[in-house]
Design a protein around this ligand. Structure first.
Ligand SMILES: *Cc1c(COP(=O)(O)O)cnc(C)c1O
Length: 454
């Protein structure tokens, strides 16, 4: 096997110059986001007070198939892109599968995950329109770390609201954000009206993405020259992430193979969309029949057990109404270690694609995900993020099916991040302290009942 190529790399010249805007090519366009008061479709201008203008336009652009990557953004991509496409020979051997398994290694970004692919353009567009400060929320801290880094690269000040429980449990991500000069505040905090209200009502509130989003939006709308940014769910975020799949497409050509199955873990859908959409366009045109599988946690199963309907993007109900697969914005996911997958809804584009049968979803329990991640670490030598373990588990399921049928399928999955700052989670696994969380149909129905009139 010594002459078999392991890693496939692109030269800097081959880093894509455009992102792929799937909205322009979807057979059924997503339904529009709605103003919750008037129920009128949102216009880009309605979002200008919150996000950089160019991002608002990208959010609602369903006309242009290709969007130019600005030179300044491409220069920053060169700091870590292209990322390698890797053939997982050792994992294949351990599974004794005829499948060919490839992964796109987004863990090599300076912040250790794919999140930087969108943090860079978001910071750039803010800078370009004269914004001085950016603000955001973060859970486990991957997004906050990426935004802090990108803000520093473009000379912006960053203020990050981190979910209080993560702020206390994951001290190193806070340290990373501070290293890049960001101001990090545990949420809920006394620094905003929303935070004060929450603390007055519930003095020991542990914080949630819902509280942190509310505080960050309030800061953005009450501070001059300040915009809010978001790390997943929205259309413009998955647009930026298509850099992953566009590179992977060129790299798969170098292997002489084409994926039969593309797999990614699923929180709000940005790394899934990032790797899947560029390949999916060949399914739209009828030239390919690739299967696309989103792997979500069994404890937060919006794709496999949620409902497709309009719902809010945050707990407090401040955002526009979005047509999505959701568990209800009041759904509080169990405290699993894949913090990046604990979100009640799915992005609008992915929701429409799932509804239309262009993709599939599977749910993975916490223990199955760690079993998979540890096998991957012990074969391929990279410790995956707890989120990415879900993609690996789904890949292993498909590879095992190939073993049964003898099929030599080509499987490509996205390694969205490494787990080197999540070793506390691995420690708990080895100590036998991690468990699965069962959700009954009643648990799910309760939260959906709350949103049935939205
Ligand atoms: C945030 C995160 C995810 C989940 O977010 P998506 O938008 O669904 O991609 C997955 N993996 C890692 C490493 C993350 O940081």
């Amino acid at each position: 096997m010594s002459d078999c190529k392991k890693r496939f790399l692109l030269s800097e010249d081959d880093i894509p110059r455009k992102w792929y805007n799937i909205q322009a090519e979807m057979p059924n366009k997503p339904m529009p986001p709605l103003n919750p008061r008037t129920r009128q479709p949102l216009k880009a201008e309605d979002l200008f007070p919150i996000f950089a203008k160019e991002l608002c336009k990208q959010e609602l652009n369903d006309k242009d198939v290709w969007i130019d990557i600005p030179d300044e953004v491409r220069e920053m991509y060169k700091y870590y892109r292209s990322t390698p496409l890797v053939r997982a020979y050792a994992l294949e051997k351990a599974l004794d599968t005829p499948a060919h398994i490839y992964f796109k290694n987004e863990s090599v970004s300076p912040m250790g995950s794919h999140k930087l692919n969108s943090a860079i353009p978001q910071a750039y567009y803010c800078k370009k329109e004269g914004v001085k400060n950016v603000t955001t929320e973060t859970g486990a801290g991957q997004w906050g770390a990426s935004l802090s880094y990108a803000a520093k690269m473009f000379g912006l000040e960053a203020a990050v609201y981190q979910v209080k429980i993560s702020y206390e449990q994951k001290p190193y991500r806070k340290s990373i954000m501070q290293t890049f000069g960001a101001q990090v505040t545990p949420s809920p905090s006394m620094s905003t009206r929303a935070g004060k209200n929450i603390i007055t009502r519930t003095p020991n509130h542990q914080g949630s993405l819902g509280t942190a989003i509310s505080e960050a939006i309030e800061l953005a709308t009450t501070t001059p020259d300040c915009k809010y940014t978001l790390g997943s769910v929205l259309n413009h975020v998955s647009l930026h992430q298509t850099i992953i799949g566009l590179e992977a497409e060129k790299q798969m050509e170098m292997t002489g193979e084409y994926p039969d199955i593309v797999i990614a873990c699923f929180g709000g859908g940005s790394n899934f969309g990032g790797i899947a959409f560029p390949f999916m366009r060949h399914n739209f045109s009828g030239s390919r029949k690739t299967r696309f599988i989103a792997a979500e946690p069994a404890s937060c199963p919006k794709l496999t057990r949620g409902k497709f309907q309009y719902d809010f993007g945050d707990e407090a109900g401040y955002t526009p109404l979005l047509p999505m697969f959701t568990l209800g914005h009041n759904f509080c996911p169990a405290n699993i270690h894949a913090g990046g997958l604990r979100y009640h809804g799915a992005g609008v584009i992915v929701s429409q694609l799932l509804k239309d049968g262009f993709m599939e979803a599977v749910d993975i329990s916490q223990l199955e995900s760690f079993d998979a991640g540890i096998l991957f670490a012990r074969t391929e030598g990279i410790i995956p993020a707890p989120e990415s373990c879900h993609a690996i588990a789904a890949t292993i399921r498909e590879a095992n099916k190939c073993k049964e049928t003898g099929e030599e399928k080509v499987i490509l999955f996205n390694l969205s991040g490494h787990g080197l700052i999540d070793m506390g989670s691995y420690d708990k696994y080895f100590a036998g302290d991690l468990r699965n969380y069962e959700l009954t149909d009643d648990d799910i129905a309760k939260n959906l009942e709350d949103i049935k009139d939205l």
